[in-house]
Design a protein around this ligand. Structure first.
Ligand SMILES: [Zn+2]
Length: 273
C-alpha cells in the first residue's frame, strides 16, 4: 500500500471558515495573518494514517507566505530554523506539532508547498548511481508516493537479549533532539531514537551487538516504521538511463521551491493615476 499526494485531499477555504464559525478551530481573523486561508488534512490521508494521534485530533495548515519563503532562503538558516518555519504554519488541535511523526510532518510540509499555485515541482540534486555524475532535475509533487504505516497496534515490541524493546515511529520532538545532538543524519541514532522504553545508550549498544537473526529482526522493524516517500524514477541527463532516486532527504521537502508561471508584472501598476 502506498499513497500519492493529491491536491484533491485538501479542504478549501470556505470549508475551513465554516468550521471556524462553528467554533471548532481558532479564528483565522485573530492571528493578524490578513485572513490567510486555512486547510485541513484528513488524518487518514497522512502517511501514518493518524493511528498514533488521539481521536478527535484535527490538523490544519496555512500556505507559505512571502515572508516565510524569504526566511527559508536566508543564508544563515539551518535545518532547525527550517523546521520551525514549517511548524509555524501547522495548527493541530488535540496534539502539538512536536507529537507529529517525522514523516507526517514532512508530508504536511509538502502540502504547505502545494498550496502555492505556482509550485508543482520539487528540485532534486543527486549523484547518478549508474554514471556517478551530479544531476539536477525536478519531480512533480503529485508523482511523489508515501509508504503507508501499516501497523495494527503500538508499540512494536521485540524481545532481544532477554529485554523487551518498544518501538514507536520517530516524532518531531525526538527529531529536533537528534539535530541538537548532531545525530539527525546518522541512521543508527535515528533508529535508536524510536525505542521508547530504554535509554539511547542501551539501544545503541544493542545495535552494536546484534548479529544474525537479531540483526534481521531489527532491520525488519526499521522497515515497518518507515512511512516516508518511495524512491522516484528519473532519467539521468548524462547517461540517459532511468534510475531510482532516494528522496528521503529532508532538505528536499522542507525548503519550498519557486517556479512561477504567472507574470507578477500584470498585478502591479507604475506611477499614480
Ligand atoms: Zn547517469
Amino acid at each position: 500500500m502506498s499513497m500519492h499526494i493529491k491536491k484533491s485531499g485538501l479542504l478549501d477555504e470556505s470549508e475551513s471558515v465554516a468550521e471556524t464559525e462553528r467554533g471548532n478551530t481558532r479564528s483565522i481573523k485573530d492571528d493578524s495573518s490578513f485572513g490567510l486561508p486555512k486547510f485541513e488534512v484528513a488524518l487518514d490521508s497522512l502517511p501514518s494514517k493518524g493511528v498514533l494521534y488521539p481521536e478527535g485530533t484535527k490538523i490544519h495548515y496555512l500556505p507559505y507566505t512571502f515572508g516565510e519563503l524569504l526566511r527559508h532562503s536566508a543564508s544563515d538558516v539551518d535545518t532547525k530554523d527550517d523546521i520551525h518555519i514549517v511548524a509555524k504554519g501547522i495548527q493541530p488541535t488535540g496534539i502539538e506539532v512536536k507529537d507529529l511523526t517525522y514523516w507526517d510532518f514532512v508530508f504536511i510540509g509538502i502540502l504547505r508547498n502545494m498550496t502555492r499555485g505556482d509550485v508543482e515541482w520539487v528540485g532534486l540534486s543527486y549523484n547518478c548511481p549508474r554514471c556517478e555524475q551530479r544531476v539536477n532535475t525536478s519531480v512533480l509533487f503529485t508523482d511523489i508516493e508515501f509508504t503507508d504505516l501499516d501497523i495494527p497496534k503500538f508499540p512494536v515490541v521485540v524481545n532481544l537479549k532477554d529485554v523487551n524493546w518498544e518501538f514507536y515511529p520517530l516524532t518531531m520532538d525526538k527529531y529536533v533532539k537528534l539535530i541538537e545532538g548532531e545525530h539527525n543524519t546518522d541512521s543508527r541514532y535515528v533508529f535508536a531514537a524510536q525505542v521508547t522504553n530504554r535509554p539511547l545508550d542501551n539501544t545503541l549498544a544493542l545495535f552494536d551487538s546484534a548479529i544474525d537473526e537479531d540483526a534481521e529482526v531489527l532491520e525488519y522493524i526499521d522497515g515497518l516504521l518507515f512511512h516516508g516517500p518511495n524512491p522516484v524514477t528519473v532519467t539521468c541527463n548524462h547517461c540517459t538511463k532511468q534510475v531510482p532516486i532516494d528522496i528521503t532527504d529532508k532538505e528536499v521537502f522542507i525548503r519550498p521551491f519557486r517556479r512561477s508561471e504567472f507574470s507578477p508584472r500584470d498585478r502591479i501598476t507604475f506611477g499614480q493615476e
